[in-house]
Design a protein. Structure first.
Lengths: 166, 166
DNA sequence: TATTGTTATACTCTATAACTATA
DNA sequence: TATAGTTATAGAGTATAACAATA
């Protein structure tokens, strides 16, 4: 049974909707990421922040928007990362109210090890899918994320339109 | 560009992993379901419980396992549903420690209205995908859920392997 | 006065331990 | 003693309001 025939089979009004499935799997994924990151002493949000900062430094407000975390909550998050020397905060000379947040060298190095942990979780989650199917899934999810961008945390939105749909 | 070519494009090591994407989208989906169910006075968990009960009555322990909610937490959940007359609890004559939980007639009716709300959220989430792509996505997600079944809440796991009980 | 970052507070969700009634 | 359900309590996560520094 290939992927297309399977789609037709699934099209007969299923009990669990796609959205519910995404919600449930999202919870599972989050739990696994949290477990995988725990030895490193950080949580999924810290990783998201680091990933977003890897793309370039920004103000706290900008970062908060990028990873869809309340700017209030981001304060403690950055305190954690800063106390471990993974990020650095400095005043913006142009507007001294702003804090420019940047990932440190140590932070970049940590991110390499973290990438491996992320890949492991991904591999466990997608164990039942072959590489091609994973690619299909990834493409579909990226398009959903792009569509619901206002709601969804996308650390690296620049990749979103990289596939140039249509 | 069809769905397969798009998959190849996405296969170039993306910034956000599939698992992270699922986690982020899961959060978005959960938020939207919560918002959609709020007028009905219930939360996603209540809906999950009702959906699971629609497939047949069980003990609280069985229900807790089915929807991956702690049996401790399930107590309050069922209190909510029972106080609204959506479910009924009765003692199991065979083992008086057990409570048999069943969906009520009113609960089934409520579920019909709720299904519409769920469909609406699904439609909003999957707005960027055509019906065929939605089917493909659904099939892939079902397989992931089947694989990670121990971790994931699956109100109606019987649909997972394509078996159609009737 | 408006904005950036911060602190304090409260509310929800979740996990743990202890209690009851049955077996 | 062990199990099903319940209750109480503490922890993490999240949202809101008020405050200090700067524009």
């Amino acid at each position: 049974m290939n992927i297309l025939e399977q789609a037709d089979a699934a099209e007969t009004r299923p009990c669990t909707s796609v959205g519910q499935l995404i919600a449930a799997l999202g919870k599972t994924a989050m739990r696994r990421f949290a477990a995988a990151l725990e030895p490193a002493g950080i949580k999924p949000r810290h990783l998201n922040a680091l990933l977003s900062l890897r793309a370039g430094e920004t103000s706290q407000q900008g970062l908060a928007e990028a990873i869809k975390v309340d700017s209030v909550q981001l304060v403690g998050l950055l305190n954690d990362l800063e106390s471990e020397g993974l990020v650095e905060r400095r005043r913006d000379p142009a507007d001294r109210r702003r804090h420019i947040v940047a990932i440190s060298c140590k932070g970049e190095q940590r991110l390499v090890a973290l990438d491996a942990a992320v890949d492991e979780v991904d591999d466990g989650l997608l164990a039942g899918l072959d590489p091609h199917e994973r690619g299909v899934l990834h493409g579909l999810l990226l398009r959903i994320a792009a569509n619901a961008d206002g709601d969804t945390a996308t650390p690296c939105p620049s990749e979103t339109d990289g596939a140039s749909p249509d």
